[in-house]
Design a binder for this molecule. Structure first.
Ligand code: NAD
Length: 291
């Protein structure tokens, strides 16, 4: 199997934009595709801002700025992924939408290209089933915000070859990330407890038990977390939280995984979180990716 030189990312929203930054920062030519061109131009502006902050904090040398930015190539056309050795998908959390995408990618990409999904809750084996190459399919679940968090939960599907999984694992390490192997289970490790945990925090707000500020204060002060659940939910986005809940509840039927009604009302009101400028908190600067 050829070594990984060119990386594709599909979906330039909250997660895909961070993954693209991680990839270009690690030295890979990175091709990002999104059907929404506004998100692609936002990525270029916001990644320049992010790298400048990294330079100011001494985490990157100034002479790396231009080469790192020039490794990011954006397009609305999937055809631009035709030479990629791995394609990481970070589009909407919907099995049918992901199947449609991978069926197209299977026609476009060379036969050695590894396909990876950043899904949080959908079975890797099920997504792989619609890809036409389930032996080259892996789960690569980055954490939010991907450009700052090291963890990547890596899951083989039932038909994933050991060779492909190892290749994706080595690639993950070459990105400077920390891979952890999990079975192909809804929520993997992190979201298995995080989705019910966050939903219960939302239900506390719904029931008027405490304000979002006080819930975050209590969790941070008692559990040592850097971020409380309400702030995290604003980064995740209510639209994504709803899709995550649906996917996990569908698979597990756990009551705690069911989407709280407040999430639907917030979506209807446009209170998506940081990306729309308002969620549980308000934001002056509504960027695609947080922190
Ligand atoms: N938000 C999180 O906290 C988080 C964390 C880890 C993993 N994930 C997973 O990552 C994936 C993406 O989530 P997100 O929060 O970044 O979503 P998002 O809504 O912020 O971004 C999705 C992007 O995909 C694009 N898109 C949708 N369908 C497309 C298609 N067919 N072709 C090209 N572009 C398309 C949209 O235009 C959008 O820019 C989901 O599978 C989600 O479960 C999310």
């Amino acid at each position: 199997m050829a070594s990984i030189k060119k990386v594709g990312v599909v979906g330039c929203g909250t997660m895909g934009s961070g993954i693209a930054i991680v990839s270009s920062r690690a030295g890979y030519e990175t091709f990002i595709v999104d059907s929404n061109e506004k998100n692609l131009s936002a990525l270029m502006t916001q990644s320049a801002d992010f790298f400048k902050k990294s330079i100011a904090r001494g985490k990157m040398s100034a002479d790396q700025l231009e080469p790192t930015l020039s490794r990011l190539h954006t397009s609305a056309n999937l055809q631009s992924l035709q030479d990629c050795d791995i394609v990481i998908e970070a589009i909407f959390e919907d099995l049918q939408v992901k199947h449609q995408l991978f069926a197209k990618l299977n026609q476009i990409c060379p036969s050695h290209t590894i396909f990876a999904s950043n899904t949080s809750t959908i079975s890797i084996t099920e997504i792989a089933g619609g890809s036409g190459r389930d032996e080259l399919f892996v789960g690569m679940h980055f954490c939010l915000p991907a450009q700052l968090m090291k963890l990547v939960e890596m899951s083989p599907g039932l038909n994933t070859s050991e060779d492909a999984f190892q290749k994706a694992w080595d690639f993950c390490i070459s990105l400077g990330q920390t891979p952890v192997k999990t079975q192909d289970t809804p929520g993997f490790i992190l979201n298995y407890f995080l989705i019910p945990f966050n939903n219960n925090a939302i239900r506390m707000v719904e029931a008027g038990i405490a304000t979002p500020e006080d819930i975050d204060k209590a969790i941070k002060a008692s559990m040592g977390y850097a971020m409380g659940p309400m702030q995290l939910l604003d980064l995740v986005g209510m639209d994504t939280q709803k899709l995550l809940c649906h996917a996990m509840h569908d698979l597990t039927h756990e009551p705690d995984a069911a989407c709280p009604p407040l999430v639907r009302r917030m979506i209807a009101a446009g209170h998506l979180g940081k990306k729309s400028g308002k969620g549980f908190f308000t934001y002056q600067n509504s960027k695609l990716f947080g922190a």
